[in-house]
Design a protein. Sequence first.
Length: 343
Amino acid sequence: ADADDIKFKIRIQPRLDLGDHASADGSKYTTQQDLYIRRSRLEVVGRPTEDVLYILAVAEDRAGQRGATSGADLIYAFVDYRLTPSVEIRAGRVKLPFTRSGWLSSSRLLLIERSQTVGAAASALGSYITPHLALHGRLRQGTIGYSIALMDGLQPGDSDRLSRQTVSASDNPGSVARVEFSPDGWVEGRESEAHLGLGRHLTVAVNGALQNGIEFDTRTEDRRVLGGDLSFHQGGLSFQAEYLRVNRDDGAQFSPAGWYAQVGWYLSRLSLEPAARFESYAADLPGGSDVTRTYMAGLNWYRHGHDFKFMANIVHTRYQRGVRQVDGAASRTLLQLHNQVYF
C-alpha cells in the first residue's frame, strides 16, 4: 500500500484516582491515590481502496493500576469491505456491535469510564472485543442502521464474569444484532458522546445477543442480552440513556439488569463541558440486596478537541449489602483525573 493510504495513531491516557481504596487486608476503605496509565494504544489505519478499510491496534490497559494485571495485546485486527452503499462486511477482531456506550470509542466518552451496566452486559457472552463476522450498513438515506454478527462467544476454559465460574463446554456460537432509527436530518455522523457543539442527532436503538448451551460444572445455561438506548445532541446539549438486561436461563432465571442516564453541556467559548450521570444496576443475586447506584459529576476541558483534553470526575457509589466490596462500607467516593493525548 502507498504511504498515503496508511495512518498511524497514538493514544495515551494518564489517570489519577484519589479517594476510597480498599486496604491491604480488604477490611476497610482508606484514602489513597493510584496513578497509572489507563490506556496506551498504537493504531495502524489503512484504506487501500475507497471500499476497503483495515485497522490494526496494539494497546496496554491499566498499566501500573493498583490490583490490575496489564500487558500489551493485539486488540483490533479487522477488515471492512463495502459491497454496496448500504451493505458492508466486517471480519476480524473488534468490538461486537451492541450497546451504544460499549461500541463508542473510549476517546469520545462524556465521562471517564463507562457504566457498570454496560460492562456487565458487554461481557455476558465472553470478551466484548473478539473475532467475529458482521454484516452492517445503513438504509433509507442513513436513517436506519443495522448490524448482525456471529462469534464464538463463551468457550471452554473461559472465565465467566457473571457466574465467576469456568466454562466447561460450549458448542454453540453466539450472535448479536443492533438496529438504529433516526429522523431525516437527525442522523449522527461520527458516533460520540461529546460532539463539542457541532451538528445534531437523535437516535433510538434496540439490540440483543444470545448464546445457548453454555456448560459449567453443575449446570447448563442459555443467555440473552436485551437492551435499548436513546441518544441526542443539538449544539452544546447532549443526552444519552441506556437499559440493558441479561437473561440467564439455568432453571433459576437470574436476570441482572441496569440503566443509566447522562447529560452534558458544551460551553464553546470556554471549551468546557460539565456533565453528570446516574446509574442503577441490580446484580440479581440469590440473596437479594444487590443494587449498586452510582452518581457522577464531571468537567471536561478540551484544549484541542478530543486530541488533547483533561477530564475530572467525582464518583460516589452506594452499595446494598449483597454487593459491598468491603464489609460494612455502604458507599465509596473517588476523584478521578484523566488526560488524553491523541495524535
